[in-house]
Design a protein around this ligand. Structure first.
Ligand code: 5AD
Ligand code: SF4
Length: 458
């Protein structure tokens, strides 16, 4: 069967071409989307530049997940506005989730020439050209089909070791607090052949780790349009990617507790190159809150999934996302989240206080009634607890050996390298002549809550 052609993964840096500068906020999916955008713009004759001061086109790829993410971007737009006043003729585009959520309101901002939602990136060359002749442009049409499957993302990061591949777009879950389904549209899975091809291209270009991305990877399901009985689910896709090269690591996120199947866990246990780490957002330990959040699982159901992970993958790290201060959250509800954290003892967590997002189910049906000082206090409480757990879990690694994929030099010193264990724990160790992209075995000597301080043993 014909595979889409995927080409170069490296940015073109040519000062004689029109220059595009891209700034990215939000999740890993957004990082990957910016790589798709760069690919499209390179196809339209642009070259990447690292400075606003040299750009002909400034793009900001945005996040709407919490109010503070949006506020940061609005602050950046003021900076871009100053640049436009200094240099006439430069074009500024707002991409991604904020573009989709705020639409024409963003277009009114004097800094903004283009507003393009997450499914409108193929239209960017036309939009940029139209600004010159017709003024401000907007495209926020969401698609049921767009997966950018045939576009080879141009990797902007310089590490050259680890890359993201989006396997699906959108989300059908409608958690009551979440803006994602509104700004990223309906869930759609990408052709597995294009995913495998993209992974192969990355590997040919020296990449050693593939991160499969989706809002809910467990609901990945692709049906061949010409042979609808041929279906590929996430467990199968994971296997297909893991089989490409046993020396290349495979990671994935995000899993959803209501959909994470035993089949995925068995696939992980069958392929040593699939990393032992699952990111399994819990959001709350209180069944009342989970119900209001429309998460479609209970505390007990979640803990059963954790037990299954530990049974099938005993050395698997588990991390989570949690929201405190959701609508109506009582001290008892919060205590249940704390007790769930005590029970699971996560290896890491992204912790947030609830931020009401306009248009979501929660904003329409529930009152955002936990005062900010209580939200902050609860957030600080859970952060302190998680820091303790991260430290305790890391302390258990001291004296043990891990295979680490080196990602680069440490921020502190060129003589030290940084890499991660399969469990996604960051290790720092003296270089001993090794370099990014290599595997080494390290022994952990000591730790902080964030880092395993190690040395290479072979
Ligand atoms: N307020 C706070 N946190 C949120 N998240 C999603 N929506 C909100 C919101 N309205 C968090 C969830 C999700 C992570 C990506 O962001 O924990 O898993
Ligand atoms: Fe990513 Fe969600 Fe933020 Fe959009 S709103 S950038 S999908 S985290």
């Amino acid at each position: 069967m014909k595979r889409p052609d995927l080409v170069s993964v490296k940015p073109l840096l040519d000062g004689s071409l029109p220059q595009v500068y891209i700034e990215t906020y939000g999740c890993q999916m957004n990082v990957n989307d910016s790589e798709v955008v760069l690919s499209i713009l390179q196809g339209a004759g642009y070259s990447l530049c690292g400075e606003i001061g040299k750009a002909d086109l400034i793009l900001v790829n945005t996040c709407s997940i919490r109010d503070n993410a949006e506020q940061r971007v609005l602050g950046r737009l003021d900076v871009f506005r100053q640049e436009k006043l200094k240099r006439k003729g430069i074009v500024v585009g707002v991409l991604g989730c904020m573009a989709e959520r705020m639409k024409e309101d963003l277009l009114k901002n004097p800094a903004v020439d283009i507003v393009a939602g997450p499914d409108a990136y193929r239209d960017l060359p036309r939009l940029v050209a139209a600004v010159k002749s017709d003024g401000k442009q907007i495209n926020t049409i969401l698609s049921h089909e767009e997966t950018y499957a045939d576009i080879a993302p141009v990797r902007m990061d310089q590490n050259g070791v680890s890359a993201y591949i989006s396997i699906m777009r959108g989300c059908n879950n409608v958690c009551s607090y979440c803006i994602v389904p509104y700004v990223r549209g309906a869930e759609r899975s990408r052709d597995p052949r294009s995913i495998v091809k993209e992974a192969e291209t990355l590997i040919q270009n020296g990449y050693m780790e593939i991160n499969l991305l989706g809002q809910n990877v467990d609901s990945y399901l692709w049906e061949d349009p010409v042979a609808p009985s041929e279906k590929v689910n996430f467990a199968r896709l994971l296997e297909m990617v893991a089989q490409i090269d046993s020396k290349v690591r495979v990671r994935f996120s995000t899993s959803h507790p209501k959909d994470m199947s035993d089949a995925v866990l068995h696939t992980m246990s069958g392929y040593p190159n699939i990393c032992s780490h699952i990111h399994l957002p819990v959001q709350s330990g209180s069944n009342e809150m989970l119900e209001k959040m429309n998460r479609k699982y209970t505390r007990e159901g979640y803990l059963e999934r954790i037990a299954k992970i530990r049974e099938i993958l005993p050395d698997c790290a588990v991390t989570t996302d949690v929201i405190v201060g959701f609508c109506g959250e009582s001290e008892e509800d919060y205590a249940k989240t704390i007790s769930l954290f005590e029970e699971v003892k996560y290896d890491g967590a992204y912790m947030f206080y609830y931020s009401e997002r306009p248009g979501t189910k929660a904003s329409r049906h529930f009152k955002d009634d936990v005062p900010l000082d209580v939200k902050t206090e609860r957030l600080n409480g859970i952060i302190a607890l998680q820091n303790r757990h991260s430290l305790e879990n890391n302390q258990k690694c001291v004296g043990h050996r891990y295979e680490v994929l080196i990602e680069g030099t440490s921020k502190r010193s060129d003589a030290e390298l940084v890499g991660r264990t399969p469990q996604n724990k960051t290790c720092v160790f003296p270089a001993k002549g090794h370099k990014a992209g290599e595997y080494v075995t390290v022994e952990v000597l000591s730790c902080t809550s964030a880092t395993l301080i190690s040395e290479i043993v072979d």
